[in-house]
Design a protein around this ligand. Structure first.
Ligand code: ZN
Length: 336
């Protein structure tokens, strides 16, 4: 990405093994994330290599890699982690002492042909399927959006019998609906204004859809919950207005799990949330911590988060994929 709105497919040096803990992965599927749209709107400065969600086939591994071997089909979470430091052992791999973000200085982007994966043993998860398996779209969501939706649900303390609201009808919000249902939520209210997306949200488990914003949305959610608001809010947008809505639809004693990358500095509503004992939780999702837990439900077909992909393009068409997502023509674009 050279600048806002300027994505190009260019040749870069071939990915290769540099450290004995690396793996070289040939990318077979990747995708464009809603969070890629923030720089697509505003990026200035040096060009960045993009893409943090991918599945691929291991071509080679360094001498110290022990659990991953050439030929393995693997999914990568959206950051790499060593799997062994104190934070990794606590399930917070995004705070790994050796964390690396795909596309950063010395690390290849996932929207490309191949990637050098640092700390392959800690980072990659082997998938027990062939590289062209029909489940690939769903498996690819474990890289980020489904794991992130699940993190929002866990952070918002979703559980059996709870009422839930999901703010945002992008791929993460839709996956959040699915995750909330999986965790036993009784009522799931999806806040979104795009009918094609909210229709899919209903199929994923939303019991109600609120298609208005701001004060009207707050009123609608309160009416749907006997006036109190919901136990759990999954904030899947990251704008100040969406966080304010979240803080006004959560009931006293409830929790907000925020996973939308904040596009603002300060969280508003400190006093009302204090007076109502609202827990504000969430953050960047440690996808690596959740992949093994979510994988069986995707493998056996009981959950189909891959339905968030409504367009598939070639690597060469990646700039057009960004445009389609930015213009809301596509929910989520797969590169295959
Ligand atoms: Zn670590």
């Amino acid at each position: 990405m050279h600048a806002a709105g300027d994505v190009r497919v260019e040749d870069v040096p071939d990915a290769s093994i540099k450290a004995p803990t690396d793996a070289l992965v040939r990318v077979t599927r990747s995708c464009i994330c809603g969070s890629d749209l923030w720089p697509y709107k505003s990026h200035a400065g040096e060009a960045m290599r993009m893409g943090h969600e991918f599945i691929g086939v291991v071509e080679d591994v360094g001498a110290e890699v022990s659990t991953i071997k050439a030929g393995d089909v693997v999914v990568a979470p959206f950051v790499s982690s060593d799997g062994s430091c104190t934070f990794c052992r606590e399930g917070l791999q995004t705070s790994c002492r050796q964390v690396a973000f795909w596309g950063s200085a010395d690390v290849d982007g996932g929207q490309g042909e191949a990637v050098r994966v640092p700390h392959a043993d800690g980072t990659l998860v082997v998938l027990p399927v062939p590289e062209d398996d029909a489940l690939m779209p769903g498996l690819l969501t474990l890289s980020d959006v489904f794991s992130t939706g699940h993190h929002a649900a866990v952070s918002a303390r979703v559980g059996p019998g709870r009422s839930v609201a999901v703010v945002g009808d992008g791929a993460v919000g839709l996956c959040g609906v699915m995750a909330a249902k999986r965790l036993g939520a009784e009522q799931i209210i999806l806040l979104g204004r795009h009918t094609d997306r909210t229709d899919l949200g209903r199929e994923f488990g939303a019991t109600d859809v609120v298609a208005v914003r701001g004060k009207e949305a707050v009123t609608a959610v309160r009416e749907l919950t006997g006036g109190d608001g919901v136990h759990c809010v999954l904030e899947c947008v990251g704008e100040e207005a969406s966080f304010l809505t979240a803080s006004k639809i959560v009931r006293a004693g409830g929790a907000i799990g925020r996973v939308g990358v904040p596009q603002f500095e300060a969280l508003a509503g400190a006093r009302p949330s204090f007076l109502r004992n609202v827990t504000i939780s969430g953050g960047i999702a440690p996808a690596r911590a959740y992949i093994e837990e979510l994988l069986p439900d995707v493998l056996d077909g009981s959950l189909q988060p891959g339905r968030v992909f409504d367009r598939t393009i070639s690597l060469e068409e990646t700039p057009e994929g960004y445009r389609a997502m930015a213009d809301r023509e596509a929910i989520k674009v797969m590169i295959a």
